[in-house]
Design a protein around this ligand. Structure first.
Ligand code: GLN
Length: 492
């Protein structure tokens, strides 16, 4: 079969169950595509050929023995922020270029238990700080829709592999939009779950109170399959929630659009910098949802102007604390010939971290320093609470909230946005992390350059099932999610 990469997860699962093809054939098919096409996209940091084939054979053996589950033998790509035992885990940084994790992240372990086959580890902004994947030590990943554009970030590699059909689905992490924005830039569906739904154990930390992992795939249905594997309580993560996991696949039709109240925040559609084509596509998608039975309700989210400043204090503050462990002593990059211990610290960190990471460590350390802690960090935490309350008030009126995922489509590679310009691009995604809410991005069309546009739906706590279901209903009635970039049509 030459078109195995065109199958949805459900079709792959059914094909494997009916012995139309084996996991070995499927895995070889993807590895061949990666070898041929990834030199153009540059999405994989590490391709794990041998591990993948061994896992595929093991999956086929399990199936022979009648012990396969729905996902046994299906390949996946992991963002290079998830620790993988025996395989390099770089977080896109020179600091961890030599780091081989001695253990698996819980998400990776759960994937293995379900029989997923690891194709490799994919590129990302250094330590997940960024919106373009250009800050990676390994260089920029290309957007499969237009190779001179970025795939978004920080989970840009995860988005690019799926959009170029170099993996059927991928894991990502989202601290301030890093699942949703690359999904939007690459025409995919991506879910950022409620904080605490997916274990953070073994995920290289950026900002611990905001980080959350989730699935990236073509459709809500494909995301639901991966979410079934990723979600769950983990005793190894004290912030993971001990709450029963729903069957996201079984629930895909559980929510009806008839009467679903969708909140439209006035402030969101008046943001300076909201691209006209993005606005138009999002409004068209809302119209479609209305046709399908949803009711649009105008709402207020009065804290909108505070999102960027609040996030860009809290996230760097937590990052400065999390990244203090990279000192050249314990693990990771170590400067050569240090003169003394201070020289070792200074040079290991100056040489091992890139510019954006250093900038955030500086901002965060400043905001946490004795003289400024109350004025900046404590103040930001108070505003964070107000942002959360703003959302909770809105959810008294509506079931979900709609927004663009990002104000623009994908930037050109090297567009050299200054940092503040880049931060402003996070306006629609970061408040969700500050409040700990779940949100999903789904493709809803293209701009004049045929670059994908994403619609974001934000739900109340623990409403992952509902969000997936709403997008699934929309995708049953539209075909944006089935469109493929030209490069994905190439055969290996
Ligand atoms: N772009 C945001 C940042 O740079 C979000 C990144 C993320 O979600 N990891 O912090």
């Amino acid at each position: 079969m030459t078109d195995l990469h065109r199958l949805s997860i459900r079709e792959i699962s059914e094909g494997l169950a009916a012995a139309k093809f084996s996991s070995r054939e499927l895995t070889e098919h993807y590895l061949k595509r990666i070898a041929k096409i990834d030199p153009q996209v540059r999405s994989y940091v590490t391709v794990t050929n041998e591990v993948a084939l061994a896992q595929a054979d093991a999956a086929d053996a399990l199936r022979q023995a009648g012990q396969a589950t729905a996902l046994t033998g299906i390949p996946v790509a992991h963002k290079d922020i998830f620790c993988t035992q025996g395989i390099k885990t770089s977080a896109g940084s020179k600091m961890l270029d030599n780091f081989i994790s001695p253990y698996d992240a819980t998400v990776v372990a759960q994937g293995k238990n379900a029989g997923l086959v690891t194709l490799g580890k994919v590129n990302m902004d250094e330590f997940a700080m960024g919106s373009t994947s250009e800050s990676s030590f390994y260089g920029a990943t290309k957007n499969p829709w237009a190779l001179d554009h970025v795939p978004g970030g920080s989970s840009g590699g995860s988005a690019a592999v799926v959009a170029a059909d170099l993996a059927p689905f991928a894991t990502g992490t989202d601290t301030g939009g890093s699942i949703r924005q690359p999904a939007s830039f690459c025409g995919l569906t991506g879910l950022k779950p409620t904080y605490g739904r997916v274990s953070r154990y073994g995920i290289i930390a950026y900002a611990s109170s905001l980080d959350q992992a989730g699935p990236m795939a073509r459709s809500a249905e494909d995301c639901a399959y991966l979410m079934n594997v990723m979600a769950g309580h983990d005793a190894k993560d004290s912030t993971s929630m001990d709450k029963a996991v729903e069957d996201y696949v079984a629930n895909l039709n559980a929510t009806t659009l008839k009467g679903l109240r969708i909140g439209i925040p006035k402030q969101y559609f008046n943001v300076a910098g909201l691209d006209a084509a993005v606005k138009a596509r999002v409004e068209e998608s809302l119209k479609k949802l209305e046709e399908l039975g949803a009711v649009l309700v105008e709402i207020d989210l009065n804290m909108t102007e505070s999102y960027v400043p609040t996030y860009y204090l809290i996230a760097p503050a937590e990052a400065s604390s999390n990244l203090s462990r990279y000192d050249g002593v314990r693990y990771g990059y170590r400067a050569e010939n240090p003169q003394d211990i201070l020289d070792l610290y200074k040079r290991s960190r100056s040489e091992g971290f890139g510019a954006e990471v250093q900038r955030r460590i500086l901002i965060g350390t400043y905001a946490l320093s004795a003289g400024y802690y109350d004025a900046y960090y404590v103040k930001a935490q108070k505003v964070r609470r107000l942002i959360q309350q703003d959302f909770l008030k809105a959810f008294e009126q509506v079931d979900v909230i709609a927004a663009p995922t990002a104000p623009t489509t994908a930037y050109k590679i090297g567009a050299s946005l200054d940092p503040v310009e880049m931060y402003l691009g996070d306006i629609y995604t970061i408040a969700v992390n500050l409040a700990g809410l779940p949100a999903i991005s789904a493709p809803v069309g293209f701009d004049q350059d045929h670059l994908p546009v994403g619609l974001q739906l934000i739900g109340n706590y623990w409403s992952e099932s509902q969000l997936l279901s709403v997008v699934h209903q929309y995708q049953q009635a539209t075909n944006w999610h089935t469109q493929r970039a030209a490069i994905a049509e190439e055969n290996a």
